[in-house]
Design a binder for this molecule. Structure first.
Ligand code: PLP
Length: 415
C-alpha cells in the first residue's frame, strides 16, 4: 500500500480508540486499509491517493441523490453566507418539521436531534415516560445506534428478544436463522406473557439493515403491533436506515402500519447531522414545556444541518420517480448478482428490497472477528479487495457470515 491512506490508518490507531469508525473497522479484518476520502461527487469518491471509486457506501448512509448534490450544496452555501446563527430558533427547524409531518402519516409531531442514536434514545425515554413502564424489547441484530449498550445496561429491567447487545447473530446459517429469530412471534408473546404490565415498548428496524437485510415476513410486524396494543405497549419503528430510503415515508409507507413512534436519521440530514423522532401528538406532547419529559439540544435543529435536511426532503418530494426507479434498478442489480453467483459457482445469496441489497457469502462462516479463521478471512478478503481494486467501494460486514451491503442512489442510475 505505502499510501497516504495507509498512513492515516496508522495514525488513527494512535489517537482514536479502535481506529476510525465502524464501517471502516471491518477493513482491517479483511487485510485492508480503509479509504480516506479527499473529494466526492455524485456516484464517485476520490481518496487521498487520487484513486477513484464508485461509491456504494454513501447511499447506505445519508445519500439518496449522490454526493455533493448541487441543490443541497447551494442551500448550505446560502445558509453559510447568511452567517448561520446560533442561539435563536431556526425557522428551518419549523420548515423541516412541517415537511416530515407532511411526508410520514404516523408522525403528527416531531422533535429534531443530531443523530439516529439520539433519536432512538429519546424515543425510548419518551415511551417509558408515557407508559410509566421500564422494559423495552429489542431484537437481536437490530442496531439502534451507539446508545444500544446504555439501553440495555441502564439497569431499568430491559426485556430482550435474543442477545440485546449483540450486533449480529448467534448461529451459523445467517439467513435462515436471522429470518427465524426476526419472524418469531411466539417468543415475543412469551416475553409479554412473562411481563404483562412492565413492557413499555417494542423497538425494531422494520427491515433489518444491520443484520444483512432481513425483510419481515408478511403479517409479522402487524402481529407485533397487535401484541403491543393488547398489552398497552408502544411500537417504535427505528427507520433511521429505511426512512426516506424505501419510500418517502420509509418502510411504513409500504404498509398500512402506523407505529406509535418513529425514529429517523441518515438521509434526513442530506449528509449533515440531523436526527428526528416523532409520532402521535398525545405521546409527543409529553415533551417539555407542557409535559414531563425535557428534551433540547445545544445544536438540535441548527440552521445549517436543517437547511441541508430540508433541501434533501424537498428533492425527494420534487422527484416522484425516485423510488420506482430505484426499486426497479435494485431488482435488476440483485438479479444480475444472483446470476453471477450461479455462473461463477460462488456459494452465496442476495437479499434486496428497493435500493438496498446485501450479498452474503455462505461458504464463509465465523463466529466473530477474533474467531475468524485465516482461510475465511482470506477468502472474503479476496472478494473484497478485488472490488476495491476494481474501484468499487462498499462496506464489508461480518457477523456470522461475511456480507457486503450497499444501496443504490439516484446518482448511480446515470452510469
Ligand atoms: N438506527 C439504525 C437502524 C441505524 O442504522 C443507525 C446507524 O447506523 C442508528 C440507529 C444510529 O444512527 P447514528 O449513527 O446517526 O447515531
Amino acid at each position: 500500500m505505502g499510501s497516504l491512506s495507509a498512513s492515516y490508518f496508522e495514525r488513527a490507531q494512535e489517537v482514536i480508540p479502535g481506529g476510525v469508525n465502524s464501517p471502516v473497522r471491518a477493513f482491517k479484518s479483511v487485510g485492508g486499509s480503509p479509504l480516506f476520502i479527499q473529494s466526492a461527487k455524485g456516484a464517485y469518491l476520490k481518496d487521498v491517493d487520487g484513486k477513484e471509486y464508485i461509491d456504494l457506501i454513501g447511499s447506505w448512509g445519508p445519500m439518496l441523490f449522490g454526493q455533493a448534490h448541487p441543490t443541497i450544496e447551494n442551500a448550505v452555501r446560502e445558509a453559510l453566507s447568511n452567517g448561520f446563527s446560533f442561539g435563536a430558533p431556526s425557522y428551518n427547524e419549523v420548515l423541516i418539521a412541517e415537511k416530515i409531518v407532511s411526508m410520514i402519516p404516523s408522525i403528527e409531531k416531531v422533535r429534531l436531534v443530531n443523530s439516529g442514536t439520539e433519536a432512538t434514545m429519546a424515543a425510548i425515554r419518551l415511551a417509558r415516560a408515557y407508559t410509566k413502564r421500564d422494559k423495552i424489547i429489542k431484537f437481536e441484530g437490530c442496531y439502534h445506534g451507539h446508545g444500544d449498550s446504555f439501553l440495555i445496561a441502564a439497569g431499568s429491567g430491559v426485556a430482550t428478544l435474543g442477545t440485546p447487545d449483540s450486533p449480529g447473530v448467534t448461529v451459523s446459517t445467517a439467513k435462515d436463522t436471522l429470518t427465524a429469530i426476526y419472524n418469531d412471534l411466539s417468543s415475543l408473546r412469551n416475553l409479554f406473557e412473562a411481563n404483562p404490565t412492565d413492557i413499555s415498548a417494542v423497538i425494531l428496524e422494520p427491515v433489518v439493515g444491520n443484520m444483512g437485510l432481513v425483510i419481515p415476513e408478511p403479517g409479522f410486524i402487524e402481529g407485533i403491533q397487535q401484541i403491543c396494543k393488547s398489552y398497552g405497549s408502544l411500537l417504535i419503528f427505528d427507520e433511521v436506515m429505511t426512512g426516506f430510503r424505501l419510500s418517502s415515508s420509509g418502510y411504513q409507507g409500504l404498509t398500512d402500519i402506523q407505529p406509535d413512534l418513529t425514529t429517523l436519521g441518515k438521509i434526513i440530514g442530506g449528509g449533515l447531522p440531523v436526527g428526528a423522532y416523532g409520532g402521535k401528538a398525545e405521546i409527543m406532547n409529553m415533551i417539555a414545556p407542557s409535559g414531563p419529559v425535557y428534551q433540547a439540544g445545544t445544536l438540535s435543529g441548527n440552521p445549517l444541518a436543517t437547511t441541508a435536511g430540508l433541501a434533501m426532503l424537498n428533492l425527494i418530494t420534487d422527484n416522484p420517480e425516485v423510488y420506482p426507479t430505484l426499486n426497479q434498478k435494485g431488482e435488476y442489480l440483485a438479479a444480475g448478482i444472483r446470476q453471477q453467483l450461479m455462473d461463477l459457482k460462488i456459494d452465496g445469496f442476495v437479499n434486496q428490497i428497493g435500493s438496498m441489497f446485501t450479498l452474503f457469502f455462505t461458504n464463509i462462516a465465523v463466529k466473530n472477528f477474533s474467531d475468524a479463521k485465516t482461510s475465511d478471512t482470506a477468502k472474503f478478503g479476496v472478494y473484497f479487495r478485488e472490488m476495491l481494486n476494481q474501484g468499487v467501494y462498499l462496506p464489508p460486514s461480518q457477523f456470522e457470515s461475511w456480507f457486503l451491503s450497499a444501496a443504490l442512489d439516484q446518482s448511480h442510475l446515470d452510469h
